[in-house]
Design a protein around this ligand. Structure first.
Ligand code: PBG
Ligand code: ZN
Length: 334
C-alpha cells in the first residue's frame, strides 16, 4: 500500500487544480512582447521564407496589421529596423536616421496605439556595412569605446522619438552604463526602460533572424562579444554587471537551450523582471517539427513558453505572440 504522503495525483486530477500547480507562474497575454521587422519601404509587406507568418513591414502597414492584435490584448512590441534603400556605413548612421524605419515606426505607433508599449532593439549590425554589432578597428576587431558611445546616442534618439524601452543587443562592454548616462543627461532616464540583453549567447539559432534583417557579418563571427555556449560563469558575470550598471530588465537569449541561465538570472536579480527571447531559430524549429508531424504546433509553443516562465522568466519575446493572443482565450490541456 502506498504511504499517505506518496499520493500526489490528488493535487492535479482536475484542470482547475492543475492550473494551481503553476504557483502563479502561468502564461498571460501581458507577458508577451512581439518582435517586428520594419523596413524603409513604407508600403512593404514582405513574407520571410525562413520564419512562417512573419513579415518585413512598412510603416504604412503597421496600423492595419496591429489593430486587430491590440484589440485581442497585445500590450508590447519590440522594433528591429531593416534599411534596404540607403547605403550602410561603418558606424551605422542609419540606425537613428530621423526618417529611418525605427524612428518613423515609433512615431506612427505612438499615434495609432497610445497604450501600446514600444521597445526598440538597439544594435548596429543591421546598419553597418560590415554587419558587426559595434564599431571596428582597422584590423576588424571591436573598438569598444566609440561603440558604446554610438549605441548610447542611438538609444537616446529612440527614446526622444517616443520609445518606452530601449534594449541593447550588441553585447559591447559598458553599454548599459553608457546608455543610462546618456538618457539621464537628456532628461529621459526616468521614462525610458533599459532592458539589457545581458546573457546573449553565440547561438546557432539566429540564422532566420539574420536573413530577415540582412545582418550576417561580412567577415568573422560574433564570438568575441556574444557568450560561449558553455559559459555559465560568464553569464552570471554579465548579468551582475548589467544590474550594477543600471539595467531595469535582464534578458537571457536564446530561450530553450538556456533555461538554466534564466533560473540563474532569477536568483542573481531577484528584484528585476527577467525576460527571455525565444529566438528565430527556436520559432522555425518548433514550426518545422510540427510540420514534420513530431508534435502539434500549439502544444509545443505552449510547452516551451511555459517552461521559460517556470524557469523564472516574467517577460517573453516571442514570434508566437499573435497566436497566443488567441490561444490564451481558449485554454486547453493544462
Ligand atoms: C542583433 C540581434 C540578433 C537577434 C536580436 N538582435 C541576432 C544576432 O545577434 O545575430 C536575434 C533574434 C532572433 O534570432 O530572433 N544584435
Ligand atoms: Zn547586433
Amino acid at each position: 500500500m502506498a504511504d499517505l504522503k506518496s499520493i500526489l495525483h490528488s493535487g492535479y486530477q482536475h484542470p482547475v487544480s492543475r492550473s494551481w500547480q503553476a504557483q502563479g507562474r502561468s502564461l498571460t497575454k501581458d507577458m508577451f512582447m512581439y518582435p517586428l521587422f520594419i523596413t524603409d519601404d513604407a508600403d512593404a509587406e514582405i513574407e520571410l521564407t525562413s520564419m512562417p507568418n512573419q513579415r518585413r513591414w512598412g510603416v504604412n502597414k503597421l496600423e492595419g496589421f496591429l489593430g486587430p492584435l491590440v484589440k485581442k490584448g497585445l500590450k508590447s512590441v519590440i522594433l528591429f529596423g531593416v534599411p534596404e534603400r540607403k547605403p550602410k556605413d561603418v558606424i551605422g548612421t542609419l540606425a537613428d536616421d530621423p526618417e529611418g524605419p525605427v524612428i518613423s515606426a515609433i512615431k506612427t505607433l505612438r499615434k495609432a496605439f497610445p497604450s501600446l508599449y514600444i521597445a526598440c532593439d538597439v544594435c548596429l549590425c543591421e546598419y553597418t556595412s560590415h554587419g558587426h554589432c559595434g564599431i571596428l578597428f582597422e584590423d576588424g576587431t571591436i573598438d569598444n569605446m566609440p561603440s558604446i558611445e554610438r549605441l548610447a546616442q542611438v538609444a537616446v534618439n529612440y527614446a526622444k522619438a517616443g520609445a518606452h524601452c530601449v534594449a541593447p543587443s550588441d553585447m559591447m562592454d559598458g553599454r548599459i552604463k553608457a546608455i543610462k548616462a546618456g538618457l539621464l543627461k537628456e532628461g529621459l532616464a526616468g521614462r525610458t526602460t533599459l532592458m539589457s540583453y545581458s546573457a546573449k549567447f553565440a547561438s546557432g539559432l539566429y540564422g532566420p533572424f539574420r536573413d530577415a534583417v540582412d545582418s550576417t557579418p561580412s567577415f568573422g563571427d560574433r564570438r568575441c562579444y556574444q557568450l560561449p555556449v558553455a559559459a555559465r560563469g560568464l553569464a552570471r558575470r554579465t548579468i551582475m554587471r548589467d544590474v550594477e550598471e543600471g539595467a531595469d530588465i535582464i534578458m537571457v537569449k536564446p530561450g530553450l537551450p538556456y533555461l538554466d541561465i534564466v533560473s540563474e538570472a532569477r536568483e542573481l536579480a531577484p528584484n528585476h523582471p527577467i525576460a527571455i527571447y525565444q529566438v528565430s531559430g527556436e520559432f522555425a524549429m518548433i514550426h518545422a517539427g510540427a510540420k514534420a508531424g513530431v508534435y502539434e504546433l500549439r502544444r509545443m509553443a505552449e510547452e516551451t513558453c511555459v517552461s521559460a516562465v517556470r524557469a523564472g522568466a516574467t517577460l517573453l519575446l516571442s514570434y508566437f505572440t499573435p497566436e497566443f493572443l488567441d490561444w490564451l482565450d481558449e485554454p486547453y490541456g493544462a
